[in-house]
Design a protein around this ligand. Structure first.
Ligand code: NDP
Length: 405
């Protein structure tokens, strides 16, 4: 049994905390801390009412390493789940090293003033974690996270080697607003408005944002235009599976979503550069935009439809070319009924909790900084089925599909 400290109290945290409470035979004590304590209290109250499980709550600024280390020690937490924002990754990792706790997150470090995300600075802490006998598990959400595990499963059990990898992310949900982001608007818009990038023959190739697309038929959900964009799991997957010749990531966007995004970009509302509004008042347009857009956590009750996320892995098995599609479908209303959040939070929060469970039970354990694909996929896949995210495998034709063009 382990004590778990969850940091952040947004949509993902809500799901991860609910799911941890549903596994209280593994997590002896669950502590929830965030910048705004009232948000932790609201989640704790809901869990107490629905599941009868007690959650301790605290206020914390996770950028303050000493205060976070003290909270870890005071609450005797063994594992820290960071579901705050990617800006806090390094500070929370340092707090874990200081207080002697394992670390799990769902998104790689992003510098608040630079629209770029990469694993470099987190991987640089590998020796420190190793020496301390602690484990940091990076990217235990859905994408990154489950997509890494699906890829690992293809490499470990379905193919001798993966040659081509396409990750496909479709949110076919409808929240009824003209424009809203399904998770933190700042992180979401920064991800989409930067240049697209994919990996081919050992090199990264850049494209203009949203300039490559195709239509993909997402089984049981429908056909949607899917746009190539850079996503962080490509960095670790191409490093850990050097046989990969090409790796790409595609996400669906409606015409309406892109129309709004273009308009916002054209008038400068997606910029992260602070501007002076009045004497002593500076704010970046993106921060302002975040305040006026619907809170992603409020989309839950209104969102209908499904998400569909999977990987298509192509390679050879015993000399025969093979292609497998491994995917999950999650229903927004089902997720909302179970834990009070829509699928984007659900598909992230469930694997975040499973990552902690893997460490708590020592099913996955190696001191150092690790990515999801570095461990056997099966135990994690088993937990996905058990904890609410069932997955499917289909064998696809190896030629003639839109991804072959
Ligand atoms: P939200 O913006 O809804 O929640 C973030 C929470 O972090 C808020 O409660 C916020 O506090 C808190 N927070 C922010 N700064 C600090 C700080 N300095 N100290 C303490 N708490 C802080 O985000 P989501 O729940 O949508 O996403 C959470 C994480 O999950 C993000 O890192 C996101 O990138 C990641 N994610 C990963 C996905 C995946 O598949 N891998 C998919 C979707 C999201 P306050 O309430 O005061 O603002």
């Amino acid at each position: 049994m382990s004590n778990l400290l969850i940091i952040g109290a947004g949509g993902v945290s809500r799901v991860a905390t609910f799911k941890a409470a549903m596994n209280d035979h593994i997590f002896k004590k669950i502590v929830l801390a965030s910048r705004t304590k009232s948000k932790c209290d609201a989640i704790a109250k809901d869990i107490k009412e629905r599941l009868g499980v007690e959650i301790e709550t605290y206020e914390i600024d996770a950028m303050d390493v000493d205060a976070t280390a003290k909270l870890i020690s005071d609450t005797k937490s063994d594992i820290v789940l960071n579901v705050a924002l990617p800006y806090q990754d390094l500070a929370i990792m340092d707090a874990c090293l200081k207080a002697g706790a394992h670390y799990v997150d769902t998104a790689n470090y992003e510098h608040p003033d630079e629209a770029k995300f990469e694993y470099k600075e987190q991987w640089a802490k590998h020796e420190d974690f190793k020496k301390a006998g602690l484990m940091a598990l990076l990217g235990s959400g859905f994408d990154p996270g489950v997509t890494n595990v699906f890829t690992a499963f293809a490499a470990q059990e379905l193919l001798d080697e993966i040659e081509y990898l396409d990750i496909l992310d479709c949110n076919a949900g409808d929240h009824g607003y003209p424009f809203a982001t399904n998770f933190n608007p700042e992180i979401n818009i920064r991800e989409i408005t930067q240049k697209g990038k994919y990996y081919e023959n050992g090199k990264w190739k850049e494209i203009d944002p949203m300039s490559v697309k195709f239509k993909w038929n997402y089984p049981k959900v429908g056909e949607y235009p899917s746009y190539l964009l850079y996503h962080e799991e490509l960095e670790s997957l191409t490093k850990n599976f050097p046989s990969i010749k090409r790796a790409r990531f595609f996400m669906t966007f409606s015409d309406n979503y892109l129309w709004h995004l273009n308009a916002l970009q054209n008038v400068g509302m997606t910029s992260i550069e602070p501007i002076k509004i009045a004497e002593g008042c500076e704010i970046s347009p993106m921060e302002f935009l975040k305040k006026v857009l619907p809170d992603p956590a409020s989309l839950g009750p209104r969102t209908k439809g499904q998400t569909h996320i999977g990987v298509v892995a192509t390679g050879y098995k015993n000399g025969v070319k093979k292609r497998y599609y491994i995917y999950n479908i999650c229903d927004h209303q089902c997720a909302f009924r179970e834990v009070g959040a829509q699928c984007v939070s659900y598909t992230t929060g469930v694997p975040a909790m499973i990552g902690c469970l893997m460490i708590a039970t020592k099913t996955w354990f190696e001191a150092g900084v690790k990515n999801m694909e570095e461990f056997p996929a099966r135990p994690f896949l088993y937990q996905l089925n058990k904890q609410g995210l069932p997955w499917f495998i289909e064998e696809l034709p190896t030629e003639g599909l839109p991804i072959d063009n």
